[in-house]
Design a protein around this ligand. Structure first.
Ligand code: CUA
Length: 405
């Protein structure tokens, strides 16, 4: 009996220890270089929000130690020693004042940086009463389940340039984001730079962030928005101003006419099969409405320059080169034509074979990558057995999309 109780105790403490070890490796604060870690901040807004976290964490720790310490003190000090009732007390003004003032102090300690942080994260301070600002303003539009980004056209004030799932920003500059959604509530979050702010239909939430260093940052929808919520991701690519300008000018260019018979067949299929009903493929330009209201745009992601994106769907890599190498020197730069380029080889950063494979997997079975997406739900080739794409047709569509650099 005694023996089994001892071994049970040992087993329990072993289980507790391993659970604790697992917990500690889960939140690795010592080496926080994970792509979605909020402990490795690389911008002022995220830095400010991390500061608030630490203030509240340490304030919470002080409360925890005080409360648990008092509890343990009472347990041992006033342990029952005989059968007599303990001495009864009623009211203690000094203690009551103390436990009223102490929480007020704790709340003030938490409230001051929090309220300051709310104003700091608000992009409103960059925007004047006419909605204008010196900073770059990007419209972010949530769709189930992809992100649309619209940039002001650098030359034509009446136009915007739309891209999907991968956005570039100039490094070292505040960028303002005007958040909206076409369907349900999403949330805009780039863990290392800033977040999270909800993207609510017909609501003008806004935020800003700045990237201290060039890099490729992970973005994630942070509000449950349907079955593929976890797949609603994007990338932020921060590059120096002149590279950003080259990238944006290139995005404004129309797609070139495809050369080669297979790609030409793909372009025709893109129209015949109905792809072009939802996807823009020849131009990323969106004209602004006279009254300033938003033009809805297409249902599906803009594909005009899909073949120059570093990631497929904002998730899968189109390149086997990293943004920077082990020594920290930058491998990616945007060349003067606006194409992301590998610094070592001078070749496009995007690996053709990886891009080809990613596009093929997607067109063959979109449901396998983003369950519930509109294309597999409504697209003719996926719902009408008579219209199913043949292997050859898929290759033609892929060949066409690969020309959209
Ligand atoms: Cu969009 Cu979750």
């Amino acid at each position: 009996m005694l023996k089994s109780a001892v071994s049970l105790k040992r087993l329990m403490s072993a289980a507790l220890l391993s659970a604790l070890a697992a917990l500690l490796t889960g939140c690795n604060v010592v080496t926080p270089d994970h792509s979605q870690s909020t402990f490795d901040t690389l911008g002022p807004v995220a830095e400010n929000q991390l500061f608030i976290f630490w203030v509240i964490f340490w304030a919470g720790l002080v409360v925890f130690i005080a409360v648990e310490g008092a509890l343990l003190y009472m347990v041992f000090k006033f342990k029952r020693r005989d059968d007599r009732d303990p001495k009864q007390t009623h009211g203690n003004t000094r203690v009551e004042i103390a436990w009223t003032i102490a929480p007020v102090i704790v709340l003030i300690v938490a409230a001051v940086p929090t309220i300051d942080g709310i104003f700091y994260a608000d992009a409103g301070r960059f925007i004047d009463s006419n909605g204008a600002s010196q900073e770059l303003q990007v419209d972010v539009i949530g769709h189930q389940w992809w992100f649309e980004f619209r940039y002001p056209h650098p030359v034509n004030p009446g136009e915007q340039i739309a891209v999907a799932n991968e956005m570039y920003v100039p490094v070292g500059e505040p960028v303002i984001f005007l958040l909206d959604s076409v369907d349900v509530i999403h949330s805009f979050w780039v863990p290392k730079l800033a977040g999270k702010v909800d993207m609510i239909p017909n609501n003008d939430n806004k935020m800003w962030f700045e990237a201290y260093v060039p890099g490729e940052f992970f973005g994630q929808c942070a509000e449950f928005c349907g079955v593929s919520h976890a797949n609603m991701r994007f990338k932020v690519v921060a590059v120096p101003r002149e590279e950003f300008d080259a990238w944006l000018m290139h995005q404004a260019n129309p797609a070139p006419e495809p050369s080669g018979a297979l790609a030409a067949q793909g372009k025709k299929l893109f129209r015949d099969e109905g792809c072009s009903g939802c996807h823009a493929d020849s131009s990323s330009i969106i004209k602004l409405r006279e009254d300033g209201g938003r033009i809805p745009g297409r249902t599906g992601p803009i594909l005009t320059h899909v073949a120059s994106r570093l990631n497929h769907l904002g998730i899968y890599r189109n390149s086997d080169v990293d943004f920077e190498d082990m020594s920290g020197s930058r491998q990616l730069y945007v060349n003067s034509q606006g194409i992301p380029t590998d610094r070592n080889t001078g070749q496009p950063f995007v690996n053709e074979a990886m891009l080809q494979n990613n596009l093929k997997v997607w067109i063959t079975d979109p449901e396998s990558l983003k369950p519930g997406n509109l294309m597999s739900r409504d697209g003719e080739p996926y719902i009408d057995p008579a219209n199913t794409l043949t292997e050859q047709e898929i290759d033609a569509l892929v060949a066409y999309l690969m020309t959209l650099k």
